[in-house]
Design a protein around this ligand. Structure first.
Ligand code: FAD
Ligand code: DHB
Length: 388
C-alpha cells in the first residue's frame, strides 16, 4: 500500500496527527501495535492546556470535551506549612481543561472512523527502511500477513518504547536523561474530588496530588519508593497515607472509596535529539519523557503534533523549510516544558539522599511563591502552557 505519511503509534500523538493531516487533504495510515481496547484502557493524563483544547476544537473533535470537561482557573500548591492558590486566570488570562487522555483518544478514534482514515491495530514487527533515502517504506505483520507501506514521510509517534527513535542511528542521536529515585502510585476512585481545583502537596512523608476526572471520579497520586508494587498498597493504606500528606483542612474533606485502578509509574526526564532524521520525524513520548508533576506529557506531545502537522502540510505544498526546521522548533519548547516539570518535581518531592539543605531550599521556594506575584505568574504561565 502507499500513503503520503506512515504514522507509527496510535496514541494521542499519532491519532491527532493523522486527523490534522487528513483535514488538510494529506493521506496517512496509523500502525498501532496494541488493540483499541488496550489503548483506551490506559489511564494517563488529565490536564489539557488551552493550546491542545484549541487544536482539538479546530480538528473538529472538541465538542464532547467542551460539554463534559471542567475548566480550571487555578490550582493549589501546599508544602512546608504554606498553602498557595495559583490563580491562572488572573495571572495569565488562561485556564486549563480537566478531560482525560482516554476521552481525548476515544474522540479521535471516533472521528477517524467516521471519516474512514485507516488505523491498523495489532501491527507487529514494525520496521522502518530507507529513512535516509527518497523512497522510505515500513514493513510489518498484520493479521498474520507481511505488509509494506511505501510513503514519503514517517511520523514516529510510538512512545518511549517504540521503534522509531531507535531507527535513528545511535551515532546521530544524543540522549539526555535524569531518573528520579521514586515513582507515583496512582488510583482512580468513584469519590468526589477533595477540592474544586487540583492540589499539589509536598510533605516530609512524600509528595501527593489530588486530581479528578469529574464530580464523582477522583484521581490521586502518592510518591512511593521504586521498590513498591501496586499490590503492596491496600485501598485503606493508600487513603490513610494520602490523608497524612494533605494540609489538615483538605484532609478533613477527603472522601474514601474503593479504587477502580491502581498503578505505579516511575519518574524520568528524557530528551532525544534530533527529533528528525532523514524522513523520520518523532513526536511525543517517542522523543521525550517528563516527570508528571507539571502535567506536561500529553501537552508536549500535542505541541509537537502542532509543529509537525504544519511542517508536513507545508512540505506537501512545496515548502520543505518548516519540516527541515521541525526538530529545532519543537525542541525549543520541549526543553522549556522539561525544565518546568523538573523544577516542579524538585520543589515538591522528598529526596531523602539530599538531606536538610534541599528541604530548606524547598521551604524557601514555597515562601517566595506565596509572597511574590512574579513567582506565581511564572508558575502559572508554564502550567497553562507556553505559546506554540
Ligand atoms: P503514547 O501514548 O505512549 O502512544 C504511543 C503508541 O504507540 C502506543 O499506543 C503504543 O502501543 C504504540 N506503539 C509502541 N511501539 C509500537 C510499535 N513498535 N509499533 C506500533 N505501535 C507502537 N502525562 C501527564 O501529563 N499526566 C499523567 O498523569 C500521566 N501519566 C502517565 C502514566 C503512564 C504509565 C505513562 C506511560 C505516561 C503518563 N503520562 C502522563 C504521559 C502521557 O500519557 C504521555 O505523554 C502521552 O501518552 C504521550 O502520547 P504519545 O501518543 O506520544 O505516546
Ligand atoms: C494528573 C496528572 C498529573 O501528572 C498532573 O500533574 C495533574 C493531573 C491527572 O492524572 O489528573
Amino acid at each position: 500500500m502507499r500513503h503520503q505519511v506512515c504514522i507509527i503509534g496510535g496514541g494521542p500523538s499519532g491519532l491527532l496527527l493523522s486527523l490534522l493531516l487528513r483535514r488538510a487533504g494529506i493521506d496517512s495510515v496509523v500502525l498501532e501495535r496494541r488493540s483499541r481496547e488496550h489503548v483506551l484502557s490506559r489511564i494517563r493524563a488529565g490536564v489539557l492546556e488551552q493550546g491542545l483544547c484549541d487544536m482539538l476544537r479546530a480538528a473538529g473533535v472538541g465538542a464532547r470535551m467542551d460539554r463534559e470537561g471542567f475548566v480550571h482557573d487555578g490550582t493549589i500548591i501546599a508544602a512546608h506549612g504554606t498553602t498557595v492558590h495559583i490563580d491562572f486566570k488572573k495571572l495569565t488570562g488562561k485556564s486549563v481543561m480537566i478531560y482525560g487522555q482516554t476521552e481525548v483518544t476515544h474522540d479521535l478514534y471516533d472521528e477517524l472512523d467516521r471519516i474512514g482514515a485507516p488505523v491498523l491495530h495489532g501491527t507487529e514487527d514494525v520496521t522502518i527502511h530507507g529513512a535516509d533515502t527518497d523512497a522510505p517504506y515500513v514493513t510489518f505483520t498484520h493479521d498474520g500477513r507481511s505488509q509494506r507501506v511505501d510513503c514519503d514521510q514517517i511520523a514516529g509517534c510510538d512512545g518511549f518504547h517504540g521503534v522509531s527513535r531507535r531507527s535513528i542511528p545511535a551515532s546521530v542521536r544524543r540522549e539526555f536523561e535524569h531518573v528520579y529515585p521514586f515513582g507515583w502510585l496512582g488510583i482512580l476512585a468513584h469519590t468526589p474530588p477533595v477540592a474544586p481545583e487540583l492540589v499539589y502537596s509536598g510533605h516530609e512523608r512524600g509528595f501527593a496530588l489530588c486530581s479528578m476526572r469529574n464530580a464523582n471520579l477522583s484521581r490521586h497520586y502518592l510518591q512511593v519508593p521504586l521498590t513498591d508494587r501496586p499490590e503492596d498498597w491496600s485501598d485503606a493504606s493508600f487513603w490513610a497515607e494520602l490523608r497524612r500528606r494533605l494540609p489538615p483542612h483538605l484532609a478533613e474533606t477527603l472522601v474514601e472509596g474503593p479504587s477502580i485502578e491502581k498503578s505505579i509509574a516511575p519518574l524520568r526526564s528524557f530528551i532525544s535529539e534530533p527529533m528528525s532524521w532523514g524522513r523520520i520525524h518523532l513526536a511525543g513520548d517517542a522523543a521525550h519523557i517528563v516527570p508528571p508533576t507539571g502535567a506536561k506529557g500529553l501537552n508536549l506531545a500535542a505541541s509537537d503534533v502542532h509543529y509537525l502537522s504544519r511542517a508536513l502540510i507545508a512540505h506537501f505544498a512545496g515548502n520543505g523549510q518548516p519540516l527541515r526546521d521541525y526538530s529545532v522548533t519543537a525542541l525549543a519548547r520541549v526543553w522549556k516544558a522539561s525544565r518546568f516539570s523538573w523544577s516542579m518535581t524538585r520543589m515538591l518531592h522528598e529526596f531523602p539522599a539530599e538531606g536538610e539543605f534541599l528541604a530548606r531550599m524547598q521551604a524557601a521556594e514555597l515562601d517566595y511563591l506565596a509572597h511574590s506575584t512574579a513567582a506565581q505568574t511564572a508558575l502559572a504561565e508554564n502550567y497553562v502552557g507556553l505559546p506554540y
